[in-house]
Design a protein around this ligand. Sequence first.
Ligand code: GAL
Length: 334
Amino acid sequence: MPFATIRHVIPRKLFLAPIPLLLAAAASGPQLIRPGEVWPDDRGQHIQAHGGGILKFGDTWYWFGEDRSQGLDPARRYVACYSSTDLAHWTFRNQVLKQADPGDLGPRFVLERPKVFYNPRTRKFVMYMHIDDARYQLARVGVAVSDTVDGDYRFLSSFRPLDRESRDIGQFVDDDGTPYLIFEDRPAKGFHIAALSADYLTVERDVALINAPLEGGAVLHYQGLYYALGSALTGWNPNPNKYATAAKLEGPWSEFRDIAPPETRTYGSQSTMLLKVTGSRTTTVVFMGDIWRPRTQWDSRYLWMPVEIGNGALRLPAPRPWTLDVRTGESQPQ
Ligand code: GAL
C-alpha cells in the first residue's frame, strides 16, 4: 500500500474506533510486569528463558534462558533469546542453541542457566552454561560463541573452571565492563566470583570464594557496595534466598541475611540474576527469579520484582504487578 494511502487510512480507522477502546489506549500507560503469571512474548507464547540472564547491547536488552517448550527434540537442549526495549514486552528472536550431547554425557544430559557476555575486543558474543550428566556429577561449564547477539551459537568446549566443580552459574559485569562468572563449588562449600580471560573463552582467575553453599548466584554493584545473592541447595524447591555485601569483590563479605521473610521461601522463587536499570532520574534493581514447575517445566514462571536496596540492605517485597520506565529508571508497584 503506498504511503499516502496509509496516512489516509489510519485517521479514518481511529475515527471509527469505539470510544471505550480509544480511552483504554490512552489510559493504558506502561505495560505491567506480573510476577508469577504467564508472560507472553510477541507471538503470544509464554517466554521460555528459564534460569536466564540478561545482556544489554545498545538500547536493547536480550534475555537468554533455558527453552523448555513442549514438543522439542528430546535429544537436544535449547536456549532461547528474546529482545526488549522496555523489559516488559519481549520479542522472540531465535533458538540460539539447539545442542545435542556435546560429549559422551548420555541422553539425559543437562544444559542449564545460559548467560551471554559481549566481548568488545573480539566482537563476539560468548555464552556460558552449566553442562552436566544426568546425575550432575560432571559439574562443568560449556562455552559457545556467535558473531551476532541472536545468531546460532557454536558450542566450543566444556570444562571445570579453575579445575573446580561448577554447577549453577551466574554472570556479573562490573560498571567498568569487567566480566565475571559466578559458579557454585560444592566441595569448597561456597561460590566463586571468577574473572574471564581476555577473549572471554575461559575462566582465568579466582577473585573470591564466598564461604556459603549458595547457588543461583547473582552479584550487583550498587552505590559503591557489592551485593552477592543466592539460594540454598534444595534443587527445584524454593528456599529463603540470602545476600551479603562487601566493599570489594575480593571481600571480606558480610554475613548472609534473608532477602524476604524466610517462611515465604522467596515467594516460591529462586534467584538467577540482579539487573540494574539506570535511567535519567534513578536506578531500579530488579530481582530476577524462577518459579520452577519441575514436572511441567515449560510452565515455570518468573518472579521479577524491584528490590528495596541501599546502605548494605536488600529486601525483596511481596510480589505484585509493577511498571518500569526504563528512560527515568523509575519503577512503580501497582
Ligand atoms: C537447582 C538448580 C537448577 C537445577 C535444579 C536441578 O538447585 O538451581 O538450575 O539444576 O537444581 O535439580
